[in-house]
Design a protein around this ligand. Structure first.
Ligand code: ATR
Length: 288
């Protein structure tokens, strides 16, 4: 029941119609018995600062921020968490005394999703495909979680070199090794944890994949695609055909929401509760 004590959370973005976040947060609120409602807010670019200020004035408990505002929103915040500041992107605003504090639960969410599947980053030899916004954030996560060597393969070498320079400086070691995507044959002869962080293969271009060569996939013990539409990407199929384990990005989406919810409500969501939400997401997105 919505009443005088109902708290509001929401999503700032443009567009917002296809978001799955209301399913995540309204399901969690119901499951946990919290009097909280979560709604999407379509915000125009020139109104972003006003939207954050207005949310604050309206006593809004917390916000998510999505494309295209994850970086731009940072200037409207009272404080930014250290990992989010490194990454340069915020997807969660938490109400504090002086304004909102920004977090990046996309990355802590990816980490928790991987842990829930039993995948470790610490000391792992990894390949990271891409050097755009998403891959750059994963590179910071790898540094923060003490990955072994991470070969960052990108079509444009400059971008991978730039990310490597920043991340290696931030963590004081050579964690990211930049490489040109087409030079993948030069990778060491061993098995890797591979994170697919490019936009290639995203619906509706479901047949696309960054690397086709079966020889590459024989070097993959686990493949993690950040994409979840389609539910099984071409990358995932190629990993499985070569005998590896493959995962999509839907659990990353789940856990970025779970962690945001925990930050807003000062609670811990159990694995059982998270699984319940995951099933709702699958039904809602018609992912089977
Ligand atoms: P996102 O926010 O999803 O990371 P982005 O910042 O635009 O989006 O990054 C897209 C990533 O996909 C980049 O690594 C990009 O490679 P370039 O840096 O060379 O552009 C990669 N990408 C996009 N289309 C690609 C293609 N056809 N082949 C290989 N890589 C591609």
């Amino acid at each position: 029941m919505i009443d005088g004590k109902t708290r509001l959370c929401g999503l700032i973005g443009n567009p917002v119609e296809h978001t799955m976040s209301p399913v995540i947060h309204n399901t969690l609120a119901e499951k946990c018995g919290h009097n909280l409602v979560y709604v999407p807010f379509l915000v125009e670019e020139e109104r972003l600062g006003e939207a954050v200020k207005g949310a604050w004035a309206l006593n809004v408990l917390g916000m998510n921020v999505t494309v295209p505002y994850k970086s731009a929103v940072m200037e409207s915040l009272a404080e930014v968490d250290e990992l989010a500041a490194h990454i340069g992107a915020v997807n969660t605003l938490v109400r504090t005394q002086g304004g909102y504090k920004g977090y990046n639960t996309d990355m802590t969410g990816l980490y928790r999703a991987m842990r829930s599947e039993g995948i470790r980053i610490e000391d792992e030899e990894m390949i990271l495909l891409g050097a755009g916004g998403a891959a750059r954030a994963v590179a910071y996560l790898c540094g923060a979680q003490k990955a072994g060597k991470v070969f960052m393969l990108n079509r444009t070498l400059d971008k991978a070199q730039q990310v490597a320079k920043e991340v290696n400086a931030a963590f004081g070691r050579e964690v990211i090794v930049p490489m040109l995507l087409r030079d993948y044959r030069e990778l060491p002869d061993r098995k890797f944890l591979v994170i697919q962080g490019t936009s290639v293969g995203l619906a509706p271009k479901e047949d696309d994949v960054v690397i086709e060569d079966a020889a590459f996939y024989r070097k993959v013990h686990t493949g993690y695609d950040l994409i979840y539409k389609p539910f099984t990407t071409r990358f995932m199929k190629l990993v499985r055909e070569a005998g590896g384990e493959a995962y999509n990005g839907l659990k990353m989406l789940l856990y970025q929401g779970v962690i945001a919810y925990e930050l807003w409500n000062h609670v811990e969501i159990t694995e059982e509760e998270a699984s319940f939400v995951y099933e709702k997401m699958r039904q809602n997105g018609r992912f089977v």
